[in-house]
Design a protein around this ligand. Structure first.
Ligand code: NAD
Ligand code: MG
Length: 300
C-alpha cells in the first residue's frame, strides 16, 4: 500500500495512504497486523537505512506489529542489534519482524512475555544485556487500549491492567535498564495525542498517556547529567491492530482518521523516522520532549 515505496519521494501526504471509510474488522486483543484490511505499512518495502544507529543495542517492546514493528524494521536497517518483545499470542506477527530484521544482517532476539509484571521486565533487560552485550536504546511501545463508553462499566481490573501495561512497565524497564546504559544512550517512550485531548471513551488509556508524558519530562531531567536522553513520541490516529481489537468501537474504526486535518490515519512507517532521530546522536540536544505525529491535531 502507499503510492510510492520509499520515505523520500515528494508527494501529497493527504493521498499517500488510504483514508476512511474502512471495513469493520473486529479482532480479539491484542490484534494481529496480518489480519488488518488494508494491511498497515510498517516500512517493510519502503524504509531505507543509512547506518544512523550502527552498532547500537536496542530493546523494543510491542515490536511485533504497528508502531513497534516499524521501529524494529527501521532500527535494523539503520544498523542496530535488537531484542523484540511482544505477547506470546502474537508469535505469527513477531516471526515476520524477526525475519525482516535478521535479513539486515543484525543480531535479533525474540523474547515474548507480559511486561505487566516487574519480574519479567527485569529479566527482559537482563536478557538484552546478556544477549546483545549491553543496552544503548530502550523503546517502550507496548500499550493496551480498550474503549469503554461509560465509567460505570470501566472495571478496576481493566483500569489496573491498562496502567500496568502502559505505565508500570515503562517504569520497571527504565529502572532496570538505566544502570546498564552508557552516556549517549536514549530512552523513547510512546505517549499519545490522548495525553492532551482525551477521548471520553478512553478514560484509563488517556490517563496512562498523560502519566507517560509527565514521567518522560521528569526522568529526562533526572538523568540528563549522566548523558542519557529521554523523549517520547505522541502519535495521533495510526492504522494498527490496537484499534480494531477493542481500542475503538467498530463504527469509529470505519471512520478512523477522519477527525484530523489530513483526513486519514497515519501509517506505522510514518512514525519510525522520528524514533530513529530520537535514538540517534543527531538529536544530541533533544531531551524531555514529546514529539507529535498527529496528521494536524497538534500537541498544545
Ligand atoms: P499494536 O497493537 O500494533 O501494538 C501494541 C503492542 O503492545 C502489541 O503488539 C503487543 O505486543 C504489546 N502489548 C500489549 N500488552 C502487552 C503486555 N502486557 N506485555 C507485552 N506487550 C504488550 O498497536 P500500536 O498502535 O502500534 O501501539 C503501539 C503504541 O502506540 C502503544 O503504546 C499505543 O498506546 C501507542 N499509540 C497508538 C496510537 C494509534 O492510533 N494506533 C495512537 C497513539 C499512541
Ligand atoms: Mg501486536
Amino acid at each position: 500500500m502507499g503510492k510510492t515505496f520509499d520515505q523520500f519521494t515528494m508527494q501529497d501526504p493527504t493521498t499517500q495512504y488510504p483514508g476512511p471509510e474502512f471495513e469493520k474488522q473486529p479482532q480479539p486483543a491484542p490484534g494481529l497486523a496480518r489480519d488488518m484490511k488494508p494491511k498497515p505499512d510498517h516500512g517493510e518495502t519502503s524504509y531505507k537505512g543509512f547506518g544512523r544507529l550502527a552498532g547500537r543495542r536496542a530493546l523494543i517492546t510491542g515490536a511485533d506489529s504497528g508502531i513497534g514493528r516499524a521501529v524494529a524494521i527501521a532500527f535494523a536497517r539503520e544498523g542496530a542489534d535488537l531484542v523484540l518483545n511482544y505477547l506470546p499470542s502474537e508469535e505469527a506477527d513477531a516471526q515476520e519482524v524477526l525475519q525482516l530484521a535478521t535479513k539486515e544482517g543484525r543480531k535479533v532476539l525474540a523474547i515474548p512475555g507480559d511486561v505487566g509484571h516487574e519480574k519479567f521486565c527485569k529479566s527482559l533487560v537482563d536478557q538484552t544485556v546478556e544477549g546483545l552485550g549491553g543496552i544503548d536504546i530502550l523503546v517502550n511501545v507496548a500499550g493496551k487500549q480498550h474503549a469503554v463508553e461509560n465509567i460505570a462499566d470501566l472495571t478496576t481490573e481493566q483500569f489496573e491492567a491498562t496502567f500496568r501495561t502502559n505505565v508500570f512497565a515503562m517504569f520497571w524497564l527504565c529502572k532496570a535498564a538505566l544502570p546498564h546504559m552508557p552516556p549517549g544512550a536514549t530512552i523513547i517512550n510512546t505517549s499519545s495525542i490522548q495525553s492532551y485531548q482525551p477521548s471520553p471513551l478512553l478514560l484509563d488509556y488517556a490517563s496512562t498517556k498523560a502519566a507517560i508524558t509527565a514521567f518522560t519530562h521528569g526522568l529526562a531531567k533526572q538523568v540528563a547529567g549522566k548523558g542519557i536522553r529521554v523523549n517520547a513520541v505522541a502519535p495521533g490516529p495510526v492504522w494498527t491492530p490496537l484499534q480494531p481489537s477493542g481500542g475503538q468501537p467498530q463504527e469509529k474504526v470505519m471512520r478512523f482518521g477522519a477527525e484530523v486535518p489530513m483526513k486519514r490515519p497515519g501509517q506505522p512507517a510514518e512514525l519510525a523516522p522520528i524514533y530513529v532521530l530520537l535514538a540517534s546522536q543527531e538529536s544530541s540536544f533533544v531531551t524531555g520532549e514529546i514529539y507529535g505525529v498527529t496528521g494536524g491535531n497538534h500537541l498544545p
